[in-house]
Design a protein around this ligand. Sequence first.
Ligand code: HEC
Ligand code: HEC
Length: 160
Amino acid sequence: MFHAGWNSCLADDDCHHGDDYRYPGNKNQHYLAPVTNPVYKETCGACHFAYQPELLPAASWQTILNNSADHFGESLEIDDDSRKGIAEYLQANSADKSGAKRAVKIIRSLGSSVPQRITDIPYIREKHHEISAKVFERPAIGSLSNCSACHKTAEQGIYL
Ligand code: HEC
Ligand code: HEC
């Protein structure tokens, strides 16, 4: 398991001190806001974890939606109403609009680049670079994209 060192407070700003615990929904919160939009959750959580909007900038979400006919090899069927609702939800809640600590770090590490993968974000790559390839070969994990396989509280927006 990867529990060893998981919560080791080596870098001070990555620690979870009791007194800076903040509930999702507040500005400058520690955690990401959980997915609340039912259409997004159903449509974009059908094949994989429904990633929180705060994990990518608005421009990335827009690109992903624009490319839905070739979504990493899949063609996404989304009706116009759903597409509009999903786009609005993602735009309003994207990383660049967030004060959450992880979202701020994501934006800072991206500069002006517009990735279509969360797993291409330098900050995210750096946080996972010590995980051995063997771990990803486990069927229950498969790839770094499978956030909730390792982060048991990912759905609540809590990445410990
Ligand atoms: C194979 C298991 C695994 C997968 C899959 C995975 N993570 Fe992680 N993640 C970890 C481990 C281990 C750490 C390091 C924890 C530490 O620093 O002690 C980590 C760290 C992080 C951190 C930094 C936490 C901190 O306290 O600094 C974030 C944010 C994060 N992961 C987000 C994600 C997201 C988003 C995804 C999916 C795109 C993801 N992770 C997929 C295992 C995983
Ligand atoms: C038909 C299945 C399917 C549906 C529905 C789907 N996706 Fe995906 N998605 C994929 C596949 C396949 C990948 C690539 C996974 C991989 O390479 O491991 C992917 C990858 C992603 C990634 C990159 C993950 C990473 O590696 O960082 C994002 C972001 C994403 N999808 C967003 C969305 C959004 C937003 C929607 C809804 C509009 C959506 N997906 C709906 C199949 C789907």
